[in-house]
Design a protein around this ligand. Structure first.
Ligand SMILES: [Zn+2]
Length: 444
């Protein structure tokens, strides 16, 4: 088949009614549970400790009887049983590649994939990128790390499978990325939301060039929250003169599990044949039913056919808002918006404050502000005594002044209902990140 004739829209899976999805998942889950129970001492112990037998799962509701898996357990499992831990279900001879998670807490953790896992990732990620509008005639500039990063080689495999042209540029050389986009007439840029804006800034300042003139039509962002934040998205689209779409994934599960369709109203969960999605109350662990149009909670995912490092009720720590209203595209997968990491949430006098929401408000002051900001925390959270200290960088040629700081404080109070103390700093004084931007600085 010619590349131009291929389709990566799986109508059967992507428009499947909820009851049919549940029936398919229960069947696959039973087989997966048997597999992890027999192949992994880590999971066999966890299931036994919970008094659960793989055969107990008769419906998806029964999944709630099984134990969660926490990231800290995976780290311990790997420290005790290197290299891939006792939650690995295959010998190393069957592992074709190893990825590492970004290791925000210091020690990297490793994720192995078998030939089968690699193929399943390609199928699932292709579905996501197709949903986001990637086609065989696209020329895809890779503006994310290619190395150990789970967003690197799996995307390369997928882009080549779809038949688009993959340009493996990566991070670390901003001018090379921009030059390559121009000389190869790239149509699509994949990157983090912060790097998309950083590139625009660098091109303007150092190369005297507007990235809007480069001909990029699609900016596909992920790997950090932000692509779904209205002010950030609007700015990316303005800078690049392109459509911005977002996707969500996780290093321990799959590069992308949810992605936006042309309606761009949240990321459809697209892989019910690969993962079971649960939304839980992060405090009690109770499963939330999706019987209201919009539900907010923590995303928990379980693999249905993973060979090497399967996850059972893995707590992603992603706080998501789930929209189950029908979508004009016909896809039945609920739409997710990731509003932040559960670990990043702050509580000021009982009000939940998400750093990404703060950034959204701050960015609405552009061009008076550059969009770079950091929240300064003096004691371990999540509870913070007001006012919340925020350092905000002014835009090019704008001197920091008290009146602007006061206006930002006031709008934060109006929109997010908390008291802030904004300190303005001159343009180009806050650090720029090529991959994930840290919105919180801990000083304790
Ligand atoms: Zn849709």
């Amino acid at each position: 088949m010619k590349d131009a004739d291929r389709r990566y829209y799986d109508e059967r899976i992507e428009t499947m009614p909820a009851d049919a999805i549940a029936a398919m998942q229960v069947q696959k889950l039973a087989a997966q549970l048997d597999y992890i129970n027999s192949q992994s001492p880590f999971y066999a112990r966890k299931l036994a400790a919970a008094g659960a037998l793989p055969g107990d799962i008769k419906s998806l509701d029964d999944l709630a009887k099984l134990p969660f898996t926490e990231k800290s357990e995976l780290r311990q499992s790997q420290a005790d049983h290197p290299p891939l831990g006792e939650h690995a279900c295959v010998p190393m001879v069957d592992v074709v590649r190893v990825h590492a998670s970004s290791g925000t807490t210091g020690t990297p953790s490793y994720v192995g994939i078998t030939r089968f896992d690699k193929q399943r990732w390609i199928e699932c990620i292709a579905r996501s990128y197709w949903t986001q509008g990637l086609r065989p005639n696209d020329i895809f500039a890779m503006g994310m790390s290619i190395g150990f990063f789970v967003g690197g080689l799996p995307l390369s495999n997928t882009i080549e499978e779809i038949g688009a042209t993959f340009l493996p540029i990566g991070t670390g050389a901003t001018d090379r990325l921009i030059t390559t986009i121009r000389s190869m007439s790239a149509t699509t840029l994949a990157t983090t939301p912060s790097y998309a804006l950083y590139l625009a800034e660098i091109a303007r300042e150092k190369m005297n060039l507007s990235v809007a003139e480069l001909g990029i039509r699609k900016v596909m962002v992920g790997a950090e929250p932000g692509g779904g934040v209205p002010e950030i998205r609007a700015r990316i689209e303005r800078e690049w003169n392109a459509k911005c779409t977002e996707s969500i994934g996780n290093a321990d599960l799959i590069t992308i599990h949810s992605a936006e369709c042309e309606a761009r109203d949240g990321c459809h969960f697209l892989v019910p044949d690969y993962l079971v999605m649960e939304i839980i109350d992060p405090d009690s662990g109770a499963v939330l039913t999706l019987d209201r149009p919009v539900v907010e909670g923590e995303l928990v995912l379980t693999h249905l056919d993973r060979q090497c490092n399967p996850m059972l009720r893995f707590r992603t720590r992603d706080r998501v808002v789930v929209n189950t209203a029908p979508c004009s595209c016909g896809r039945t997968g609920p739409r997710l918006r990731c509003i932040g990491r559960t670990d990043d949430m702050l509580i000021l006098r009982g009000v939940n404050v998400w750093p990404s929401a703060v950034k959204d408000v701050v960015m609405s002051f552009a061009p008076e502000v550059s969009g770079h900001m950091v929240i300064m925390i003096d004691a371990p959270g999540p509870k913070v005594d007001p006012p919340l200290k925020i350092r905000v960088e002014t835009g090019p040629g704008i001197a920091p002044d008290i009146a602007l700081a006061k206006r930002i404080e006031q709008r934060l109070r109006e929109k997010l209902i908390f008291t802030a103390s904004v300190e303005l700093v001159p343009y180009e004084t806050l650090p720029r990140a090529e991959m994930k931007t840290r919105l919180i600085e801990h000083n304790y």
